[in-house]
Each structure stands twice: as C-alpha cells, then as structure tokens.
Write a protein that binds this ligand. Structure first.
Ligand SMILES: *Cc1c(COP(=O)(O)O)cnc(C)c1O
Length: 363
C-alpha cells in the first residue's frame, strides 16, 4: 500500500489505519462530527498534555502549522505590546517575519543555527531590551533537529509577567512537555507531526485566561483564534468555516493510536530509539552529524555531506528507488541533508534504511 516511507518531518508516514479513517464523509454541521470527533479531539489534546480543563483550553484551526503560529502571534500580541523572538533556525525567524507583517513591535535575537537558546541567551536579551511583554521561541527547531531547552527560558521569565509562546510544532506528542510547570501560555502544534495525522489543520493549547484576553485583538478574521474558539465552545465543536473533515477524522484515529502506543512518553522512547539506531548506524558508515549529541533532539537529524563531491540528488534518488524518502538540508553555511525519525516508523525501518545506504554508491 505504501509508495515509500517518508523519513521527513511532516507530512510523514502515517499508519494504514489513519489513512483508512479518511474513507468516510462527514457533515460539518452534524453532531456526529462536532460532538463525536471534534470535541473529543479538543478534550484529548488537553488530556495528553496533562492539563486541567478549568485552567487550559484549546482551539483547532484550518491550515498548516504556520497559520497557527501566525494566528497566535496576531491574536496574543497587542499593538501596545513588545515581542521578543529568540531564534536559531528558519522557524524561529519566520515568527519575526509574521511580526513584521503585523507591524508588531518586536526584537529578533537570531543565533547561529547550531547554538542553543539557553536561559543565559534569554536573560541577556531581556536585559538589553526593556519593555518586553511576550517571548516566543521554537522548541524543536526542525531546521537542524536541535531541541531548545525551553525549561531554562521558562525559569528566566518566571514571575516577570511575560507571555510565553512556544512553537512546539515538531515536538508536541513526541517529546514530553510540562506546559503547566513551564508556565507556557500558548503552545502551537499541527496535525501532521508527532501525533502522526495528515496535514490540514493545527491547534493552539492555551491558558484559558490568556486566550480570553485575545478577544478583539486579531487583525485577521480567518486567523482569529478567539472567535474560532468561541464558536467551537458554544457550537459544541463547530468550526466557523469549512473544516478539513477527513483530516480531522484521521487525526482522531491518530490520537487513539498515540494513546494505544502508551502516550507521549512511549512515543518519545520510540523516536529516541529510531534516532539512536539511525545515528549509530550512520556514524558506523562514516557520516557525521551537524550537531553534537547534547543539543540534538530525537525528531530529525542533520548529517553533513560525507565529502565535497557528494551528489545529494543522486543519493536521494537512489534511496527513493529503494523505498525511502529523505529530506534536503535547510541551513546556509554547511552542506547537509536530513533524516526524520518520526511518523509510523520503527527501529527496524531505520535498520533497513541503513542497509539501503550501505548498498548505495555515494562515495
Ligand atoms: C513544521 C513546522 C512549522 C510549520 O510549518 P508548516 O509548513 O506551516 O506546516 C512551524 N514550526 C516548526 C518548528 C515546524 O517544524
């Protein structure tokens, strides 16, 4: 049934059962959809995040992950606020691009792509830039595969009244995140990453009180997360505009499969095992990772080209022929390619990939 295994950061390889869940049509006005699928998803997201419904809430939004990041920034940051963006990759920088479109007063601290956003980085940025009301950053920077220590940043801003926005797009569901302990106000993720659904919508988990404060702030109707939330709350799972029904149904199945696997911790263990198998095997074949192990996350790994004359396109095509789709690199100052560890992918798949690479003429 599979054309090839996607070893990419999303869309990624989904299970047969997730794909089969899309074989029925649903009416967006009907309770079978709103009450039977959408509402359980909203409750389920809070449950897997370990959050209390009285204190936290969530909202689903059409579009890819970027739509949700934009919607969150556009609804949470008022014209009188000042946003600090700590970035070390393309997704962090994209937040500054969003802030620019919205004419939001913002400061972008852009680190090198292999440098971690530590507590020290946050402390210095806050010292140098008075008046910060909001701080946003990426947890798992998919550009490189680096996992930022959001715990350290959370510690630095604790008690300072700064609203904390985390793009956990490629980590939520695959890496444990204690949103309450870290006092994260808005966490953004999407259907087609670690929950292992298909692309088409994203979601925002927020402190109830912070989401309420978004009322009337959004500068975009379709990206107004407060309005979207209000309709979902009052309408028992209703979306304001046409929702991606098949995608949402697939996500419902994907969440069920996440729970059957044992939840986020079990999935994290599998991703770590995929990653370990991949990295050990690649190193045994002479490949080097871009990042040191200390800053590397379990989601996706960047590998340096093995030699100057390395032909990535030929390597890519040869692996695709053998059933594996990998990913090009995304950084500016080193030649890299990336291999994802997430999706319906297991250590045995990584072993098969390593075997395929061994039998590929890339030297
Ligand atoms: C995937 C991803 C996004 C969203 O990208 P889209 O292409 O809009 O889905 C945002 N941030 C990170 C860290 C991501 O990995």
């Amino acid at each position: 049934m599979r054309n090839y295994l996607l070893l990419t950061p999303g869309p990624l390889s989904t299970s047969q059962t997730v794909r089969e869940a899309m074989l029925q049509d649903w009416c967006t006005w009907d309770k079978d959809y709103n009450g039977g699928i959408v509402t359980p998803i909203r409750k389920g997201l809070l449950a897997i995040a370990g959050l209390d419904e009285n204190e936290y809430t969530d909202v689903l939004l059409q579009g890819s992950g970027t739509y949700c990041v934009e919607a969150t920034i556009g609804a949470a940051v008022k014209p009188t606020d000042k946003l600090l963006i700590l970035a070390n990759g393309a997704y962090g920088k994209r937040m500054a691009q969003i802030a620019g479109y919205y004419h939001i007063d913002h400061v972008l601290v852009s680190l090198h792509e292999t440098e971690l956003i530590t507590g020290e980085v946050a402390r210095r940025a806050l010292e140098e830039n008075p008046g910060i009301t909001h701080l946003s950053m990426v947890h798992s920077e998919t550009t490189t595969g680096l996992l930022n220590p959001i715990e350290e940043v959370a510690e630095v801003i604790r008690g300072k009244g700064i609203t904390f926005i985390v793009d956990a797009m490629s980590s939520f569901g695959g890496v444990p995140i204690d949103m309450k302990k870290l006092d994260i106000d808005f966490l953004v993720s999407s259907a087609n990453k670690c929950i292992q659904g298909v692309p088409g919508f994203g979601f925002i988990i927020a402190k109830r009180e912070k989401l309420m404060a978004c009322k009337g702030v959004a500068r975009s109707l379709s990206l107004d997360i407060y309005d979207q939330w209000e309709t979902m709350e009052k309408g028992g799972g209703k979306w304001r505009f046409t929702s991606p029904t098949h995608v949402v149904r697939a996500f419902y199945q994907a969440m069920k499969e996440l729970n059957e696997e044992g939840g986020i911790v079990a999935r994290y263990e599998r991703y770590k095992k995929n990653h370990r198998t991949l990295v050990d095997g690649m190193r045994a074949q002479g490949f080097k990772t871009l990042l040191p192990d200390a800053s590397q996350g379990p989601i996706i790994t960047s590998f340096l080209y093995p030699h100057a004359g390395f032909d990535f396109n030929a390597f890519y095509a040869a692996l695709k022929q053998k059933g594996f789709v990998i990913y090009p690199g995304k950084i500016s100052d080193a030649d890299t390619f990336r291999i994802g560890n997430i999706g319906d992918v297991f250590p045995e798949d990584m072993e098969k990939l390593l075997e395929a690479i061994r039998n590929t003429d890339y030297k």
